[in-house]
Design a protein. Structure first.
Length: 224
């Protein structure tokens, strides 16, 4: 069996029905129905030759093929090779789940280079490339590598796309959890558009990493 045939043999029809409802941008007929842990294990089982051939076989027909592609990219050990694979793949990403599944392990060892690539991604015309750029900024630059200007960099993203603004809200809610004093002025000064502002507060209030006192103050900053 080839890779696609193996994927079809793993189908869970009940999971397909459930997961399809979470993926409004993906045609249900393109969803096989495979749980993420099963798919990740399958990625580990592929031989290096199978993995390389699959990564070069864009575009894919099925949603799970794209997720498998993301999981295989994560396993690439060289930064240059990994970044080349990411940039080849991003134009084909068509949903939030595939986008959010892609977190290459090698990136955290190359933060200066990655930051320059993030600046390119967040200026893309492709929704999920912008979302991915914001996600990488959130994942790798709000802890030890944090600088206040990264918050300003995120606010440079101006979009009417739901999946971009949802990630922007997620970014600032995470920033409030990890860098509260630096992130708070962006909420106090209404830097974000109204929807993203209020969604940020909602996500922050739902976070266990933010104190009760901080949550009560943030609630007062919600815009009507």
């Amino acid at each position: 069996m080839n890779v696609t045939e193996k994927l079809l043999s793993m189908q869970d029809t009940e999971y397909k029905a459930f997961h399809s409802r979470l993926m409004p941008t993906v045609d249900e007929n393109r969803i096989i129905g495979i749980r993420i842990p099963v798919l990740r294990n399958f990625a580990k089982e592929l031989s290096s030759d199978e993995a390389k051939a699959f990564i070069q076989s864009l575009p894919h027909a099925c949603y799970e093929e794209n997720n498998l592609h993301a999981f295989l990219i994560e396993r690439i050990g060289g930064y240059g090779e990994c970044m080349k694979a990411v940039n080849a793949f991003l134009p084909f990403v068509d949903n939030w789940a595939t986008c959010d599944s892609l977190r290459p392990k090698v990136f955290k060892k190359h933060l200066p280079e990655l930051l320059e690539q993030i600046k390119i991604w967040i200026n893309s015309d492709h929704v999920y490339t912008v979302r991915f750029g914001l996600e990488m900024l959130m994942c790798y630059y709000l802890d030890g590598a944090f600088r206040p200007e990264y918050l300003t960099l995120a606010t440079s993203v101006k979009s009417e796309e739901y999946y971009v603004n949802m990630m922007l809200a997620w970014f600032f809610a995470t920033a409030l959890a990890k860098q509260y004093e630096a992130a708070l002025p962006f909420i106090e000064n209404n830097t974000l558009d109204k929807w993203t502002h209020n969604k940020t507060i909602q996500k922050a209030v739902e976070s266990y990493r933010i104190t009760t006192e901080q949550k009560e103050y943030l609630k007062k900053l919600k815009r009507n």
